[in-house]
Design a protein around this ligand. Structure first.
Ligand SMILES: [Zn+2]
Length: 154
């Protein structure tokens, strides 16, 4: 698992697309066990005024309805540690591995994923981290809303 994986590159592209749209800059890409991209997407909360369209959910949505076998051995690439909702979706569909860009700006369900037998890889990618740091600095209210927190005063 590395930054050169097609799945990670797609996730990072999606994050940048989200940033260019003024949205939360998080991207994700679901790749099957053969390396085929099943779906990709980015966080659309701001753009769609959506309560649930985090990047990982967008990627699952783009992949569409699939039989359980499609997720066997699959990897969810995401530019940021997945929140509780996205962690739950990965566990529900038994995605085998979660590869994240970073977890310095936010720690989601990393420990729970591991506890549930999902392989977790953190690529510690500086570009992903910078996208998040810039966004949190510029739009703190959008970020805290995204993770269901009332917000913090800086
Ligand atoms: Zn999420």
């Amino acid at each position: 698992m590395s930054e050169h994986d097609a799945g990670f590159k797609a996730a990072l592209e999606e994050a940048k697309k989200g940033a260019s749209e003024g949205g939360v800059p998080i991207g994700a890409c679901l790749v099957d066990k053969h390396g085929k991209i099943l779906g990709r997407g980015h966080n659309m909360r701001v753009q769609n005024s959506s309560a649930t369209l985090h990047a990982e959910i967008s990627a699952l949505e783009t992949a569409g309805r699939l039989p359980a076998s499609a997720y066997e051995g699959a990897t969810m690439y995401t530019t940021l540690s997945p929140c509780d909702m996205c962690t739950g979706a990965c566990i529900l569909y038994k995605v085998s591995r979660v590869v994240m860009g970073e977890n310095n700006t936010f720690v989601g369900g990393d420990a729970y994923l591991k506890q549930r037998g999902v392989e977790v890889v953190n690529l510690k990618n500086a570009e992903c981290e910078k996208l998040m740091r810039d966004f949190i600095e510029q739009h703190p209210e959008d970020w805290y809303e995204d993770i269901g927190e009332p917000g913090k005063k800086h």
